[in-house]
Design a protein. Sequence first.
Length: 173
Amino acid sequence: MKYSSHLSLASFCAALILSGCATKGEEYQANVFKAGQVNQAQEVKTIEIMMIQEAKIEVDNAEAKKQAQVIGGILGAVGGGVGTSLATKNNGLATAGGVVGGSAAGAAVGSLVSDKALVAGVNLTYKDSSGKIMNSAQVGRLCEYKQGTAMVISSQANETRIQPNNPSGCTKG
């Protein structure tokens, strides 16, 4: 009976590692600014959003993968040490082996986290001030945008940070 509760704990920890470390991609949203962009003049243009489609954006998840490996190693070491200690009636050498084995197993579980992740995005087709029809993919949700006037902030060449133009669109009420 002891072993099944340890397996449940291990399964819970593995699920926690795999689900809790995925990036949400929030740092890539158009309305998120890096410290160096704050209090800086940035070029602004207005556009007319013509079409909004759902998209998936692939973002870097390498940092979350590293965190999952570290957390997995720690949880595995604790679980392996406790489990082996209980199973061998506190045999120190066996417990140490359980810690090492559990750590390796936990880190391996953490390695299952991908270094890339898909996050919610939108594909925006718009008309610029010259009448040219353009397209830009943005990290965000459909409800944050609507057809009509929107603002584009550019801090670097070829960057189109189309700001959400539907501020209360995601609230249900």
